[in-house]
Ligand binder design. Structure first.
Ligand SMILES: Nc1ncnc2c1ncn2[C@@H]1O[C@H](COP(=O)(O)OP(=O)(O)OP(=O)(O)O)[C@@H](O)[C@H]1O
Ligand SMILES: Nc1ccn([C@H]2C[C@H](O)[C@@H](COP(=O)(O)O)O2)c(=O)n1
Length: 420
């Protein structure tokens, strides 16, 4: 397995490894010769009896890789002894697109014999996982990385050994390397391709594919304006979109569209690659409805591509806002085959007022909505990603005044921009 894995991951010694401990990344690299380097910080934090391992998930089949990454975490949490700490880890070639592979860093602090090596040896044999163990040299400083292989009847053997050295933080956060067409989709074709490839493991994907337009056409502009209302949950989108529908005699649409409701929960359980492709496809179905309805009346849309992209980007990146792809990055560009609304309004709200509204409403929340509550950094990343998306960019409106005042404010914008 290690030989096959190494072929999938060429330039091993040009790779940087990032271990995330308590939300902060620790970087290291490997090299073939011993140059007397000091130990990287992640290893300096270990105790003498700790044994360290890395597991990186990769195969040529990206659906299999994405699904197995999630399953692996559950398997490890279930089967590892309680003295083991599991942290997210990744490996990448700095500034090389699509070079990021994800995995876990494992620290085993148990005393005496531990089942960890047998479990990892088993994984190496059966699954698309590359396992490495890390050993401290006799000088007490130099650490080495041992890439595992399975050798016939033996559970595992070491295929290759490298010296572990500290590495600088990369210029750009590594999560940005794989976002395009893995977290955010820029064409109907790319998103459809993902669902087509998982049809045999997720039968519901076939039902979704049947609802798709045969092709997307961004240039067929509707006669009437199309206005999208965006914002985090409980910022007042439903309240505002319903008032706009009444006031303007408009048609109200949403993304994901009603016809995808039976499968939304199912796709919410899938890893980002599949889940985000599902939401991206929802936008194309809504766009077709916008085109149809926009021939007859103005159209108001509750969430559209800004939501799909902003949540996807903010989830793929971790940590503070500076980890997002830089402003102006192609990640924030509107898909060329997706209908562009006449106006996108982003409702913004003070976090405390938003929580108050959520409490008053008292409905169940999706995992991502709960994350918005618990994780301030995630909320800040979503809000900033919304603001960075262009073509069309969103116009922010303060949603803290009364519902009627917000409506009047948005009507002013619509009349200014869309001549209604
Ligand atoms: N301007 C406002 N002032 C005070 N309360 C408001 C205002 N707008 C909406 N609300 C109340 O806040 C709560 C959330 O509003 P609403 O359901 O419209 O938000 P939403 O953005 O559609 O949420 P979600 O995305 O979770 O569906 C509701 O109880 C609603 O009555
Ligand atoms: N066009 C859309 C709409 C929604 N999403 C995702 C983003 C969040 O995870 C969640 C929020 O939706 P809500 O609970 O307010 O219905 O759905 C998306 O990706 N694209």
């Amino acid at each position: 397995m290690a030989g096959r894995m190494m072929a999938l991951l060429p330039r091993w010694s040009s790779r940087v490894f990032a271990v995330e401990l308590d939300g902060a990344p620790f970087y290291f690299a490997v090299q073939e010769s011993h140059l007397g380097e000091e130990a990287p910080r992640v290893f300096r934090k270990t105790q003498p009896r700790d044994r360290c391992y890395s597991l990186l998930v990769c195969s040529k089949d990206r659906i299999k890789t994405a699904r197995f990454y999630g399953e692996l975490e559950h398997k490890l949490l279930r089967e590892l002894p309680p003295e083991c700490d599991l942290s997210p880890m990744s490996s990448f070639l700095p500034n090389v697109r699509d070079s990021l592979i994800k995995g876990y860093f494992l620290k085993d602090s148990s005393e005496g014999s531990s089942p960890v090596e047998r479990l990892l040896g088993d994984l190496t044999q059966r699954e698309p996982v590359m396992v490495c163990s890390y050993c401290k040299g006799e000088d007490g400083q130099q650490w080495t990385q041992h890439v595992w292989s399975h050798g016939g009847s033996k559970v595992m053997e070491v295929a290759k050994k490298y010296y572990v050295v500290p590495s600088e933080a990369p210029e750009y956060h590594p999560s940005a390397l794989n976002m395009i067409n893995s977290d955010v989709f820029y064409s109907l074709e790319e998103a459809r391709d993902v669902l087509q490839k998982c049809g045999d493991i997720i039968p519901e994907a076939m039902s979704v594919l049947e609802l798709l337009p045969s092709r997307a056409e961004a240039r067929n502009k509707p006669d009437f304006p199309v206005i999208v209302i965006e914002g985090l949950d409980a910022t007042g989108k439903t309240t505002l979109t319903e008032s706009l529908r009444e006031t303007l005699g408009a048609t109200l649409l949403r993304s994901p569209p009603q016809c995808l409701s039976p499968w939304r929960d199912r796709f919410d359980q899938e890893p980002p690659l599949i889940r985000r492709a599902f939401y991206a496809l929802g936008n194309y179905i809504t766009a077709e409805q916008m085109g149809q309805e926009g021939k007859k009346t103005p159209v108001i849309v509750d969430r559209f591509w800004h939501s799909t992209a902003a949540y996807a980007i903010a989830t793929a990146a971790s940590g503070p806002v500076c980890n997002l792809p830089e402003e102006g990055s192609e990640v924030y560009c509107w898909p060329s085959d997706l209908l562009q609304p006449s106006l996108v309004v982003l409702l913004t709200l003070d976090p405390e007022e938003r929580k108050r509204r959520l409490r008053n409403r008292g409905q169940g929340k999706t995992n991502e909505e709960q994350e918005l509550d618990h994780n301030q950094l995630f909320r800040l990343r979503v809000e900033e990603a919304y603001r960075r998306i262009s073509g069309p960019a969103c116009v922010s409106v303060d949603a803290s005044p009364s519902a009627d005042q917000v409506l009047q404010q948005v009507l002013l914008l619509i009349r200014g921009k869309c001549h209604l």
